[in-house]
Design a protein around this ligand. Structure first.
Ligand SMILES: Cc1ncc(COP(=O)(O)O)c(C=O)c1O
Length: 506
């Protein structure tokens, strides 16, 4: 049976199972049993998510008179300091990409100077408007904008916006393709095709904007399957997607081939370079094997690149670029008939934090090309040490051929128990599934002396411990295992939504 058909049948089967489960939940006896099971799990989840519940006072209504600023600051600094060591000392995968004290203090100074600004009021703060335009220009220049010549929807000049993060950049691009396809192709049932490993933000976009997202399983090398993608393209396909690299295994999809497919069909192609946008151009310059992924490829029509990751800006900015300003037009929102006046905004937000854009601009120009080259050199060198170290641990296997986001699986033992053991040793790594694996996204924090060695020593110890205690269960391992294998996906979804509720309990 063709794999596309099999996937559709699987999907229909899963949805049917989910429907049965959701209906069963409404039956009095079954529903109560399921709710009791969820509650049991939530006790454990609450304990982990709310470490301050028993030790810090809770503020659930406004204090009658405002507290003294120095006292507020002292309390808040204490809490920030408590949480600092783990990320600052390099125990965390991704999350904080620079984190040097001097760099952070510099960004905070810029933030303080611009904290009241809002690019929605372009007339009040032309400074932040200028910074945003230049962030976009610098990012476009780095990602091959000079290759794009001519005029027309697919032919330049490259244009973009600053968004709040990778997810927003991706969602903006998907909304743009939807509106372009509706206006210019009359497509009312738009479909997007993405490899299974492309970021989950594409699912969020699909759910939000009524897109049918066709996920294509990746090949044994964890890269997109070009032939299967070609077969999946239909009349309603509005764009294809590839990652450079993808979050789970750090592998770069065959963007040249995928974007050519899109070009042949005259549809969009989005390169998700949220992780790689500010690494790959410099890695290539340093001689690393970096395949083409940017606007130098004629079929690439949009790119997301996160300044708040390896651009080393503060959290809250990303750039989405389009091959032409004409394409970007489909992203913009304007309203002419609102009693509040003429309204226009480029992204999903209305008011936006100009201070974050100012700090982003400051990060880019203070790093400079030399700064990014040096940062990338350090990250690649550390990643090589870590990758080779993992491969040398008996029972561990690196997945794919990554540059700096390194996923590994274990042979003959539960990788989630290894993850638990690493957590006990203070590490905060990412658990993956389908297939079960763990990854470390190497950042500048891991390039500090001794961090890579400590990671490898801890991993070796963790693996040996799991090998020596095969029967042990407990921790998060069973939950991870269940999440990967349970056929009723909506039950996992229920628990995740309940977890989000827990996070908002004051
Ligand atoms: C490849 C990729 N795309 C998109 C995103 C989403 O970025 P954000 O968390 O900033 O929304 C991530 C986040 O890690 C990513 O790795």
């Amino acid at each position: 049976m063709p794999s596309l058909l099999r996937r559709r049948i699987d999907r229909i089967g899963r949805r049917a199972l989910d429907r049965v489960f959701q209906q069963a939940k409404r039956l009095p006896f079954v529903g109560d049993r399921i709710a009791a099971e969820y509650d049991k799990m939530l006790v454990e989840i609450r304990r982990g998510a709310k470490p301050y519940a028993d030790t810090l006072p809770r503020t659930t209504e406004l204090p009658q008179s405002g507290r003294d600023r120095d006292a507020v600051l002292a309390d808040m600094r204490q809490l920030a300091a408590r949480e600092r060591d783990r990320w600052h000392d390099g125990f965390v995968s991704g999350a904080v990409y620079h984190g040097d004290d001097g760099h952070t203090a510099f960004l905070s100074q810029v933030y303080a100077a611009f904290s009241q600004t809002n690019p929605l009021h372009a007339d009040l703060w032309p400074s932040v408007v200028k910074y945003e335009a230049e962030i976009i220009a610098m990012t476009a220049d780095m990602l091959g904008a000079a290759h794009v010549t001519g005029k027309g929807i697919w032919s330049g000049p490259v244009a973009g916006v600053v968004s709040s993060g990778g997810t927003e950049s991706i969602m903006l691009a998907m909304k743009t393709y939807r509106d372009w396809a509706r206006a210019e192709r009359g497509i009312t049932k738009p479909q997007v095709i993405a490899p299974s490993t492309a970021h989950v933000a594409f699912d969020k976009a699909a759910q939000s904007f009524g897109l049918a997202l066709e996920r294509i399983p990746v090949g044994p090398d964890f890269r997109a399957d070009v032939a299967a993608t070609r077969r999946a393209i239909g009349r309603n396909t509005i764009c294809l997607v590839g990652s450079a690299p993808a979050f789970p295994h750090g592998t770069i999809d065959p963007i040249t081939e995928l974007s050519e497919l899109a070009r042949e069909r005259k549809i969009g192609f989005h390169t998700d370079a949220c992780l790689g946008g500010f690494v790959l151009p410099f890695a290539r310059e340093l001689g690393a094997p970096v395949p083409a992924f940017d606007f130098s490829l004629p079929g690439v029509t949009s790119i997301s690149a996160d300044t708040h990751k390896y651009g080393y800006a503060a959290k809250g900015t990303s750039v989405v670029l389009y091959r032409s300003a004409a394409l970007r037009r489909y992203q913009f929102f304007t309203a002419t008939d609102w009693p509040g006046g003429m309204y226009l905004s480029p992204t999903f937000a209305g008011s936006r934090p100009g201070a974050l854009s100012a700090a982003c601009w400051a990060a880019l120009v203070s790093m400079g090309k030399d700064g990014y080259l040096e940062a990338t050199r350090k990250i690649l060198a550390t990643a090589t040490t870590i990758r080779e170290g993992i491969a040398a641990i008996p029972g561990c296997k690196v997945l794919g051929d990554p540059l700096w986001v390194i996923a590994f699986a274990t042979e003959g033992l539960d990788v989630y128990r290894v993850l638990d053991e690493m957590t006990k040793r203070h590490w905060n790594l990412n658990g993956l599934h389908l297939p079960p694996a763990v990854h470390l996204c190497v950042t500048l924090r891991h390039t500090e002396p001794g961090v890579a060695e400590r990671f490898l020593a801890d991993l070796r110890e963790a693996v040996e411990h799991v090998q020596a205690t095969p029967g042990d269960k407990g921790g998060m391992a069973p939950i991870y295992g269940l999440a990967g294998t349970l056929p009723v996906r909506s039950a996992i979804g229920d628990i995740m939504r309940a977890y989000l509720d827990v996070l908002y309990e004051a």
